[in-house]
Design a protein around this ligand. Structure first.
Ligand code: DAK
Length: 257
């Protein structure tokens, strides 16, 4: 499918989706969000992509929602279910998502990175929720996901001052899983994606679901969910293959079933 605002490539079971409006630091207008959602859902439908890397062209991952597009929006328009549904649809993607954050990840850009399952950051990356400077506040999960990721005090400071943090600060407080030289960020994310893509697909899917469950359930419910996923994997061929391969001292050949 031809896209105007993103580019998409696939190789060896991984996909790279690049937000591609570098002139406006990949500001997330509705058209970009629409294309992003349809690309991700197409991968889910098609089934051969096992891990997805999301990145940005130029010097930003994304500098937030498109402020020009938001300028004339009314409160009822901003509340329109459709806008939130796009983010919900990304949240429901079962394939692991890795954000390769190459520069600014601000506002909706930071929220989009946090919606991914892992964040690999360039040394030059910056993360922030500057909405307060526009007289608004985060609206796509920033107050919730940032707080869960880095704790109340740090999240409160970022959200109330709008000041960004560096990649190193983001790493120190657990927002990103690793920081790498800027020129290698995409390669590192792709390497990570390939490593994940080589695992048993059913196990990866259930493990992702179980980790995410930790965000929206109490411990007992989460443990119960984990246990059910764990038992379920004993019904897969990949489980037999993985354990046989270990015992036979060879690499497993997972089939995703
Ligand atoms: N929107 C539109 N254009 C943007 C933009 C943005 N968010 N960020 C940058 N640009 C444009 C600039 O206007 C400029 O365009 P021209 O003037 O050249 O035409 C170009 O990108 C380059 O930017 P700068 O000239 O400003 O570059 P600098 O290096 O000087 O500064 C910067 C980089 C990132 C510090 C600065 O551009 C900046 O502060 N940008 C705005 C960051 C920001 O405030 N982001 C938060 C936006 S509010 C929702 C979901 C999500 C959201 C809302 C609702 N629903 C589900 C309903 C999210 C809201 C937000 O993200």
């Amino acid at each position: 499918m031809p896209y105007q605002n993103i580019t998409v490539s696939t190789e060896d079971g991984i996909a790279v989706v690049t937000l591609n409006r570098p002139d406006v630091l990949n500001a997330l207008n509705q058209a970009t969000m629409d294309e992003l959602v349809s690309a991700l859902e197409e991968f889910e439908r098609e089934g051969s992509v096992r891990c997805i890397v999301l990145t940005g062209a130029g010097r930003a991952f994304a500098a937030g929602a498109d402020i020009k597009e938001m300028a004339g929006a009314s409160a009822p328009e901003m509340l329109a279910g459709y806008r939130f549904q796009q983010w919900e649809r990304i949240r429901k993607v079962t394939t692991p998502l890795i954000a390769a954050v190459n520069g600014f990840a601000l506002g909706g850009g930071c929220e989009l990175a946090m919606l991914c399952d892992m964040i690999v950051a360039a040394e030059t990356a910056q993360f922030g929720q500057p909405e307060i400077n526009l007289g608004i506040m985060p609206g796509a999960g920033g107050t919730q996901r940032l707080t869960r990721a880095i704790g109340k005090s740090r999240a409160m400071e970022m959200v109330l001052t709008g000041r960004p943090i560096s990649a190193r600060q983001a790493e120190a407080c657990g927002l990103v899983s690793r920081v790498v030289p800027a020129e290698t960020v995409l390669d590192e994310a792709k390497r990570l994606a390939k490593e994940i893509a080589a695992k048993g697909a059913v196990a990866v899917r259930l493990a992702k679901e179980a980790v995410l469950k930790a965000f929206d359930t109490h411990l007992e419910g989460g443990l119960d969910y984990e246990r059910k996923c764990f038992y379920l994997l004993f019904a897969t061929e990949d489980r037999s293959e993985g354990i046989a391969a270990f015992l036979e001292k060879r690499r497993p050949a997972f089939k995703g079933r």
